[in-house]
Design a protein around this ligand. Structure first.
Ligand SMILES: C[S@@+](CC[C@H](N)C(=O)[O-])C[C@H]1O[C@@H](n2cnc3c(N)ncnc32)[C@H](O)[C@@H]1O
Length: 433
């Protein structure tokens, strides 16, 4: 299968709400020649990143919407518009290859339509773009509900957040500094540049250009892992000490589990829970590569009677399932998959998780609440509601200069060329009078 046909199929799967982009790419990638896979990835990520802008553009070019059964023709056109608007692929190559792809998609009748639509776009681009200049979703390439939520939460930073969300994320590494100092790693492997230490994480190295993990010095031997800088702060903020019992409540794929163990190898125990078996396999793979060990538990963490042995934890990390609105640039399919009502449902789950895990914490113990969301409904508001209904919980300041201090924690917003969006709040259990 050629890259254009495959990207039309992958994007259609996401648009049709039949799974994430990762799943969609996994379903087609093996049938695409290895040398065409980078193009498949570029077209699929790009088309979804700009989908909320490209979809209305296509709407202006089509006389009537395509039928549901021709969704792959629709997404082929979206991928073609992405190439014309955002890549340097020559216009004639985009038009010809897209027309040819219609045949591979078993829609030969669509060849004339694709040719006509794309040529019309090239002729009338300026007028069509002008006609969309007042369309907030099209201008920001975000669904309207999300632009409005971001503008409401972060009026001053909204423009930068939206811009960051539309960029490619940098590749950031986490170095195991107990094995090698960061300066030494950089000097040995990047003496001519191409990588720099991260500003807020003591373990981070940000690469100037992405590369496959096989080409990252020290990856195979477990010296470095791929992890965004914002996520690297979790283990540091939890600050577990030797001999402690720690719970990583929503652990998969295990980035923070591994970091916790790298920082404090002599914990008494680390229980790492996740509800999804397939994702727990990824945790196992990560632990194995880094030669680390944790007790992996497949369970709904809120059903504590089914997995907890009754011995309280000194530290709990709750990296809760969330809207992932802080990591849109890494997962642009979020723009299509998340719906406005999801945020309230997630907030309810997050509150429930906090309330159910709190009794598992020792007196004097600490729980770090984290999300990769930038929406207060999943962050400060969850913590506020929890504190209101809990007598033995108090806030501890989040000891990091990263991001913005909020009422209850710290909010990191996605940075152009920098870290992802993330939220942290730290809670301590004390003896209520
Ligand atoms: C934000 S991700 C965790 C990322 C992880 N901490 C890391 O750093 O790699 C949230 C995880 O919560 C898991 N999850 C969702 N609901 C759960 C539940 N009720 N019990 C346990 N895990 C759950 C999901 O499967 C997902 O792996």
């Amino acid at each position: 299968m050629r890259a254009r046909e495959a990207s039309a199929k992958a994007v259609a799967r996401v648009v049709g709400q039949r799974g994430s982009l990762n799943e969609a790419l996994a379903a087609v990638a093996e049938r695409v020649a290895p040398e065409e896979r980078p193009l498949l990835s570029e077209l699929s990520y790009g088309a979804l990143r700009f989908y909320p802008a490209l979809e209305p553009l296509l709407g202006k070019l089509l006389q009537k919407p395509l039928k549901a059964k021709d969704l792959e023709v629709h997404t082929l056109l979206i991928c073609a518009l992405y190439q014309l608007c955002h890549t340097r692929i020559p216009d004639h190559a985009v038009v010809n290859e897209s027309v040819d792809a219609a045949k591979s998609l078993k829609r030969p009748w669509a060849r004339g339509l694709i040719n006509g639509v794309l040529r019309r776009f090239l002729r009338e681009r300026e007028q069509i773009e002008t006609a969309l200049s007042g369309d907030l979703a099209a201008q920001s390439a975000h669904p309207l509900w999300l632009v409005e939520a971001i503008e409401q939460a972060w009026p001053e930073q909204a423009a930068l957040i939206l811009a960051a969300n539309n960029q490619r994320a940098p590749l950031t590494l986490r170095l195991n500094i107990s094995r090698k100092a960061r300066e030494a790693y950089l000097a040995e492997n990047f003496s001519n540049g191409g990588a720099a230490p991260t500003a807020y994480s003591d373990y981070g190295v940000q690469l100037e250009h992405p590369r496959p993990v096989d080409n990252i010095p020290g990856f195979a031997g477990g010296l470095v892992s791929v992890q965004d800088e914002a996520a690297q702060l979790a283990a540091q903020l939890l600050a577990a000490r030797p001999g402690e019992r720690v719970l990583d409540a929503c652990c998969a794929p295990g980035g923070k589990t591994c970091h916790l163990l790298e920082l404090t190898p002599d914990l008494y125990q680390l229980d790492a829970v996740d509800i999804e078996r397939r994702r727990l396999d990824r945790v196992r793979e990560n632990l194995d590569r880094l030669q680390l060990n944790a007790t992996l538990i497949e369970a709904d963490v809120t059903a504590t009677s089914e997995w907890w042995d009754g011995r309280a934890f000194d530290r709990i990390l709750l990296d809760a399932p969330c809207s992932a609105t802080g990591v849109i640039r890494r997962h642009p399919d979020i723009k299509l998959l998340r719906q406005v009502g999801d945020v309230a449902k997630l907030a309810k789950l997050q509150r429930d998780m906090l309330a159910r895990l709190w009794p598992l914490l020792k007196h004097g113990g600490r729980l770090l609440y984290a999300t990769c969301s930038i929406l207060p409904a999943e962050n400060d508001e969850v913590v506020a509601a929890f504190l209101e209904s809990t007598t033995d919980a108090r806030l501890v300041p989040v000891a990091s200069p990263a991001g913005i201090k909020t009422g209850y924690g710290r909010q990191l917003l996605p940075q152009v060329g920098g870290h992802d969006g993330f939220y942290y709040a730290l809670l301590e259990k004390y003896h209520s009078p």
